[in-house]
Design a protein around this ligand. Structure first.
Ligand code: FAD
Length: 387
């Protein structure tokens, strides 16, 4: 990264150096093989667990580090995107799914699941999206019916990260048919009868990330696997969304910064009309514009990370930074690929992979349109209030 980041202390920089070595030495050498096979080997999670990089926020009594400072996760994500493999979704495991257990789980549930998640022996996923319900999550059809001390879960989920390699999934399901937001969260474990995996979906990018269908055919889930109040699942999902958006913005900035750096190097070396591509005023201006926008967006994101650490990040600001970072990432990828010429269209050049990997950022963790809805409504521009 070219600019000094004001939010990091010396201990963060030491941590970053160690993390960089981990991603360069353990993850990067496997990345091409994982992309070819379409999923990350389970061992990758165990390697990260050995280094103490999983669920760092968890208390020491479960095997965690007890460090809830978001900056450490930010560093891990940045180093993974830049030096490791974007499709290795350890952040989803650690910070997107793990907190459902850590923050909503009973002591018994935490004892049961957290230690293996921290070691990387158990891999986590979260299953909200359905074939007919994505942005409009409250319209989901997966149902859970109570039968004594068990819940019977039936339905289908799709686009689920870690879908094939995952062991434990937080599954959202309708518990109160007549109430739109009447959802519950259920912990479904590998091997439960009626729980099956469907296809590993073929994506245009992020080929090492396993994104799959999941099916629940009358899966009997014990009451001990319900997280929190079985009618408050929708509220829980929204409670965790701000952090998910901050994470998504972190990844967008890291991949955009990486694209910028490799492009700067490329245009210094590649020549046309007797001079380096970088010597053309067009290249210089494009790079100057991107540099300025990247610095501004990174500064905004870093400021929000500190707000998040202080427990003060609003859902609106989380939506703003997710929108800003993912849209900027898309523009930067396009400009950087253009500056590479046809080389940029070739898989062997990293910019081609960054370009296709980046396309999802404007869709998952809430689409750009949904982010605009959240921000717009916070301004009082809500059709229900204005008409
Ligand atoms: C690689 C990958 C990993 C994923 N991982 C997970 C995961 O682990 N768990 C999980 O549950 N899901 C996951 N998803 C799913 C993802 O979060 C959803 O696909 C996303 O939320 C969008 O939902 P959708 O595809 O149904 O689009 P839709 O909701 O059908 O939207 C289609 C289009 O309509 C627009 N639109 C919708 N509503 C409005 C509105 N009110 N106003 C204006 N425009 C609107 C959208 O912005 C979009 O452009 C993943 C997806 C991918 C591709």
């Amino acid at each position: 990264m070219n600019r000094r980041r004001l939010i990091f202390e010396p201990e963060h920089e030491i941590f970053r150096d160690q993390a960089r070595r981990f991603f360069l030495e353990r993850i990067a050498p496997n990345a091409a093989a994982w992309r070819a096979q379409g999923y990350v080997d389970r061992e990758a999670f165990q390697w990260a667990g050995e280094h103490g990089y999983l669920l760092m926020w968890a208390a020491e009594r479960y095997g965690g580090a007890g460090i809830d400072d978001f900056r450490y996760e930010q560093i891990l994500y940045e180093e993974n995107v830049r030096h490791g493999e974007f499709g290795f979704f350890m952040t989803v495991h650690s910070r997107l799914v793990g907190p459902y257990i850590g923050k909503l789980g009973t002591e018994e549930q935490k004892q049961r699941w957290l230690p293996a998640c921290i070691r990387g022996d158990t891999i986590l996923g979260v299953a909200m999206t359905e074939p007919d319900a994505g942005s409009d999550l409250a319209s989901m059809r997966t149902r859970a019916e109570r039968h004594g001390d068990r819940w019977v879960l039936s339905g289908a989920k799709t686009y689920i990260s870690n879908g094939q390699i995952g062991d434990v999934f937080i599954v959202a399901a309708r518990t109160v048919p007549e109430v739109r937001h009447g959802l519950g969260l259920f912990v479904v474990e590998r091997g439960m009868p009626g729980f099956r995996r469907g296809r590993r979906l073929q994506k245009i990018g992020m080929h090492a990330q396993d994104t799959s269908e999941l099916f629940f055919d009358d899966v009997e889930v014990p009451a001990a696997n319900v997280l929190g109040d079985p009618e408050c699942g929708f509220e829980y999902l929204t409670r965790f969304l701000s952090e998910e958006r901050l994470l998504s913005a972190t990844a967008s900035m890291a991949s955009a910064q990486t694209a910028f750096d490799i492009t700067l190097e490329f245009i210094r070396g590649r020549r046309a009309f007797g001079r380096p591509i970088g010597a053309f005023q067009n290249s210089r201006f494009k790079m100057a514009d991107m540099r300025t926008q990247l610095d501004a967006a990174q500064t905004f994101l870093d400021a929000l990370v500190l707000q998040h650490n202080a427990g003060e990040l609003s859902p609106t600001l989380a939506a703003e930074v997710k929108l800003l970072a993912s849209e900027l990432e898309g523009r930067v990828m396009d400009e950087c690929l253009q500056l590479h010429g046809s080389a940029g269209y070739m898989q062997e050049y990293r910019i081609a992979r960054l370009y296709t990997d980046a396309r999802i950022s404007r869709i998952y963790a809430g689409t750009s349109e949904i982010m605009r809805e959240i921000i717009g409504r916070s301004l009082g521009l809500d059709e229900r209030k204005l008409t």
